[in-house]
Design a protein around this ligand. Structure first.
Ligand SMILES: Nc1nc2c(ncn2[C@@H]2O[C@H](COP(=O)(O)OP(=O)(O)OP(=O)(O)O)[C@@H](O)[C@H]2O)c(=O)[nH]1
Ligand SMILES: [Mg+2]
Length: 459
């Protein structure tokens, strides 16, 4: 599947910037750039060398002073000849240079096509290529850390180890053994059973990590709910450190859900402020309440706010009892400044309660710290326990891991029932196939197109 044409794209973001990079890759990369470069003769320069000169438009006019770097195949990012033109940023120079390169025979690259070529030329496996996209999209330092580990191949190594083990198992069962045969050494069967159980454990662990992976990838959705006027919007503003939501003494102020992000200890949190929960005749407010309820159902964590001067009523307790088993909930007793420290702490199930004043927290975040600590513990305890290379962040991978686990479990049951070795081998081969699909040993063009079309152009 070697590419025969030469592709070009702007690799940097649009707009004003000191520099921009236009990349070219393919068999004609060097001659295409050489045709419009005034400086060294690029067709004769060594690989991995940089050259200052001018890039000229088709009519011979100078477009920009540039630095051109030449990487010859196979020692390049894509495994093909690559030329990177480093020019000045802005709206014109990069675009004009790209147009000139297209004029001289390059084709506009599709999204992710550089990375796709790197994959097809064996520069990286599919899981690493996907990590490139994850790294670019990382919105918190933890997500960045995990995707970098994947990019460096640690996650792929883990899968490769598992594959090797399954391959060995497969060879073992295919070799000769009929496990219903009494001649088969008991020790062999026991060893096989042990290895299958181990493979199942590793797959289980990887699948479990997806929950954390999803939080890393998409952020943690913390929905702030409670009665009107409890101080939810004030708490949102305090948590994100800016005046995001309207606060007023009129109950029913917030209608639509309001989202604001904050990075806390390297994790992205998406806080969602919602309309106060109450029965209302106002149609707009009622729709707000419905949306609030929906938001709460979809939350990773619910922050339930109540006004300490009023306490929690029975309906609120019932609501929390119903919700807490589905969505982890923390309770905030707000307006602590208005009571003289004598409020009875309401026992709702075993939910943790934090007494604070959201208005005070607007100026000084000390009262929020225990709440934030608990929030982090609620979602991130697993994160610190799980090695970055063992965190699955990709839904495609999860599907293949599930299928691999099913196949391993089937083999285990088969072994129990004394199924012959060649039948066990079919299940093990199926598991191997699934793992191979993650790293791209086994793949097809549709899958690749689907994966790489999500990339940026120029990557
Ligand atoms: N004294 C005191 N007042 C507070 C505190 N938190 C909020 N308030 C006040 O309570 C009123 C309601 O605050 P909001 O944050 O708008 O309450 P809400 O829960 O978002 O209300 P709705 O959007 O109507 O559901 C405002 O007048 C706030 O200034 C607090 O900790 N102490
Ligand atoms: Mg509000």
């Amino acid at each position: 599947m070697t590419a025969t044409d030469t592709i070009a794209a702007i690799a940097t973001a649009r707009g004003r910037a000191a520099l921009a990079i236009v990349r070219v890759s393919g068999p004609e990369a060097v001659p295409v750039v050489a045709r419009c470069f005034r400086g060294a003769d690029l067709t004769t320069v060594d690989s991995h060398t940089a050259h200052v000169g001018y890039l000229l438009a088709a009519d011979g006019a100078a477009i920009d002073q540039v630095v051109v770097t030449v990487f010859r195949a196979p020692r390049s990012a894509t495994g093909e000849d690559v030329v990177e033109v480093s020019c000045h940023g802005g709206d014109f120079a990069p675009q004009l240079i790209l147009e000139t390169l297209l004029h001289h025979g390059a084709r506009m690259a599709e999204p992710g096509e550089f990375t796709q070529r790197a994959f097809l030329n064996g520069k990286m496996d599919l899981a690493q290529a996907e990590a490139v996209a994850d790294l670019i999209h990382a919105s918190s330092s933890q997500a960045h850390r995990v995707s970098l580990q994947h990019l460096q191949g640690r996650y792929s190594e883990r899968l490769a180890t598992l594959r090797d083990e399954l391959l060995e198992l497969c060879a073992f069962v295919e070799l000769e053994l009929d496990f219903s045969d009494e001649d088969v050494a008991f020790a062999d069967k026991e060893r096989l059973e042990r290895l299958l159980a181990e493979a199942e454990r590793v797959l289980d662990q990887l699948l479990d990590s997806y929950q954390v992976g999803e939080l890393l990838r998409d952020g943690v959705r913390v929905v702030i709910g409670g009665r009107p006027n409890a101080g939810k919007s004030t708490l949102l503003n305090a948590l994100v450190g800016r005046d995001r939501a309207i606060v007023s003494a009129t109950p029913g102020t917030t209608r639509d859900a309001i989202e604001a992000e904050a990075e806390i200890e390297g994790l992205l949190f998406r806080f969602v402020d919602t309309a106060g929960l109450r029965a209302t005749a106002d149609a707009i407010e009622a729709e707000g309440v419905r949306r609030a309820q929906r938001s709460i159902e979809q939350a990773d964590v619910l922050l339930y706010v109540y006004d300490l001067t009023r306490g929690l009523d029975d309906d609120e307790r019932a609501f929390l009892c119903d919700t807490a088993p589905e969505v982890p909930a923390l309770v905030v007793g707000n307006k602590y400044d208005l009571i003289d420290g004598t409020a009875a702490s309401p026992a709702v199930e075993d939910l943790p309660v934090f007494m604070l004043s959201a208005t005070q927290a607007l100026h000084d975040d000390a009262p929020l710290r225990p709440l934030i600590r608990r929030l982090l513990d609620t979602v991130a305890s697993e994160l610190s326990d799980t090695e970055a290379s063992a965190i699955v962040m990709n839904q495609r991978h999860r599907q293949h891991l599930r299928a691999a686990l099913d196949a391993v479990q089937k083999a285990r049951r088969g072994l129990d029932l004394g199924v012959p070795g060649d039948l066990l081998a079919i299940d093990l081969r199926a598991a191997l196939h699934e793992l191979g699909a993650i790293t791209g040993e086994i793949t097809n063009e549709d899958v690749l197109d689907q994966i790489f079309s999500r990339f940026c152009i120029g990557k």
